[in-house]
Design a protein around this ligand. Structure first.
Ligand SMILES: NC(=O)c1ccc[n+]([C@@H]2O[C@H](COP(=O)([O-])OP(=O)(O)OC[C@H]3O[C@@H](n4cnc5c(N)ncnc54)[C@H](O)[C@@H]3O)[C@@H](O)[C@H]2O)c1
Ligand SMILES: O=C(O)C[C@H](O)C(=O)O
Ligand SMILES: [Mg+2]
Length: 489
């Protein structure tokens, strides 16, 4: 079995096995021959005739599961009683919950936390709206808002189906930066309604993280909310991705010894992420980019540019890229490129085409959950390979950015996240990988590196102070989050 085994496809198999010596060994051997790897083995029940065991097995995919189950069933001494998909089990009832920070055990507790005492706090906030940051969850709370239209690379799957991803983002906010985040999935795709809804819920939040809202609506929604609200609004798929991609590229170019200005870059997928990545690369000094949407390379002589049917953001793209006005799909325009950036969908890039890239080629194939080209295949042609996948080195994922970005912005109560704050975040992520640690398979820190979010937070807060947009001087975040509670001062 050459396919990658993954905890994503971890199955607990309840097996009834004849109660005789060596029978468990037969089951284990059958699973091994079918290519599964065994994790935990638990004894559930024993009778004179049988043992009942739960055997946890990692597989490559659902077909592989089937093969493993058939291999067990083929044994005369064993019988599969039940199976549990551990990924679904983990999602049972959702992944997050709300918790209270103060006890409500006595009448006194109640009269302070709730009426009548709470009324004095309400009045104080009514007299000075700013006090909401001091006496409510606002100071540490972010809304993760999606309309379910561009969920990972799964596309428009609707708000209910988007919830597991948004709950996951909320977990990551809490885990890496102590930020309380709420998943909010909206049953509308209308930009006016989304903007009105987010504006209406904003009083309870210290920041708005837009997530998995498809292009081009995401650009307008973010711009309008930024203009309307006095708290940071950040579309993660645009800016989180851009920041992390730039961080990876800063280190990759250091390793191969090329300047940004000399790079020829091909970006495939000109949605939220692809456009934002292009913009940050241009800000960082890249000059030569070709972008491909699903109709091929974008340029100012393409039919939809000439007849005016191209969207405004792609018109901008056409005017800032592809100076030679090259035509064709990703496999055509990748000739002579130094960097391939994929932010489109599964397997859109034929691996052999990567052979026509320049020496020391870099391939960042970032579509989730399945990249544009498998990293194993890309590694045959490219010197540096990165994907959004967690089971391969160089995982480029926006989780390296958004927790620390919001931590830093909340800490200093910055009303916005500026371009300079994004660049500071990218440099902070890149700098986690020390000069002497840089390698082809280590251009970006692990998403589990606990130094990343604090480094990003302090770079972002520092930049906000430098720009004079920090409205609170004290860093309150990590210490308070570690203590599990934030005290009103
Ligand atoms: N690794 C990360 O951190 C990360 C971050 C953000 C997005 N992504 C991934 O990037 C992809 C795009 O996300 P998005 O938020 O920009 O979505 P989006 O819907 O805004 O954009 C996707 C774009 O890809 C284009 N596309 C689809 N198939 C294509 C093809 N064959 N050739 C060229 N273009 C094609 C679509 O037309 C669309 O414009 C998704 O797979 C997502 O999971 C990864
Ligand atoms: O959700 C992720 O893991 C990354 C990104 O936000 C995506 O939409 O793919
Ligand atoms: Mg996303």
């Amino acid at each position: 079995m050459s396919a990658t085994l993954s905890a994503q496809y971890s199955l607990t198999i309840r097996v009834e096995i004849d109660h005789r010596p060596g029978m468990l060994g037969q089951v284990a051997t059958a699973i091994g021959h079918a290519g599964g790897t065994i994790g935990a083995v638990d004894l559930v029940d024993v009778t004179d005739a049988h043992t009942l065991r739960d055997i946890t097995v990692d597989a490559a995919d659902q077909d592989h599961w089937q093969g493993i189950l058939e291999a067990i069933e083929a044994l005369p001494s064993a019988h599969v009683v039940d199976t549990t998909d551990r990924t679904f089990l983990l999602h049972m009832g959702g992944k997050i919950e709300q918790r209270n920070k103060v006890p409500i055990a006595t009448r006194d507790d109640l009269s302070m936390a709730y009426t009548p005492g709470v009324a004095r706090v309400c009045s104080a906030i009514a007299a000075d709206r700013d006090k909401a940051f001091q006496y409510t969850i606002k100071r540490n709370t972010v809304a993760v808002v999606s309309d379910g239209t561009a969920v990972l690379g799964l596309g428009d799957i609707g708000p209910e189906a988007a919830m597991p991803v948004m709950e996951g983002k909320a977990m990551l906010f809490k885990e890496f930066a102590g930020v309380d985040a709420f998943p909010i999935c909206l049953a509308t795709k209308d930009p006016d309604e989304i903007v009105a809804t987010v504006r209406a819920i904003a009083p309870g939040f210290g920041g708005i993280n837009l997530e998995d809202i498809s292009a081009p609506r995401c650009f307008e929604i973010e711009e309008r909310l930024k203009a309307d609200l006095d708290i940071p609004v950040f579309h993660d798929d645009q800016h989180g991705t851009a920041i992390v991609t730039l961080a990876a590229l800063l280190n990759a170019t250091r390793l191969i010894g090329k300047e940004m200005v000399a790079l020829r870059v091909v970006v495939v997928g000109l949605g939220a992420a692809g456009v934002a990545v292009t913009k940050i690369l241009l800000e960082a000094g890249v000059e030569h980019v070709i972008g491909c949407d699903s109709r091929g390379a974008v340029h100012t002589e393409r039919g939809d540019y000439l007849d005016g049917s191209m969207t405004p953001i792609k018109r901008w793209y056409a005017e800032h890229s592809n100076p030679e006005r090259r035509d064709g799909g990703p496999a055509d325009v990748v000739d002579g490129a130094d960097l391939f950036v994929g932010l489109s969908g599964a397997r859109v890039m034929p691996p052999e085409a990567l052979a026509r890239m320049n020496r020391d080629a870099m391939v960042f194939a970032m579509a989730n959950p399945t990249p544009e080209v498998s990293p194993e295949e890309a590694a045959r042609y490219a010197r540096i390979v990165a994907t959004g996948r967690s089971d391969y080195p160089n995982q480029i994922n926006n989780v390296l950015a958004f927790p620390g970005i919001f931590r830093g912005a909340l800490d200093v109560r910055s009303p916005q996240i500026t371009e300079e704050m994004k660049l500071a975040a990218a440099r902070a992520i890149a700098a986690i990988v020390a000069e002497n640690e840089l390698r082809e398979d280590y251009i970006i820190p692990s998403v589990f590196n606990r130094d990343v979010a604090p480094a990003v937070a302090s770079a972002v807060a520092e930049e906000a102070r430098r720009a004079g947009i920090a409205t609170a001087g004290e860093q309150i975040g990590f210490a308070a989050a570690d203590a599990g509670r934030i005290h009103a001062i």
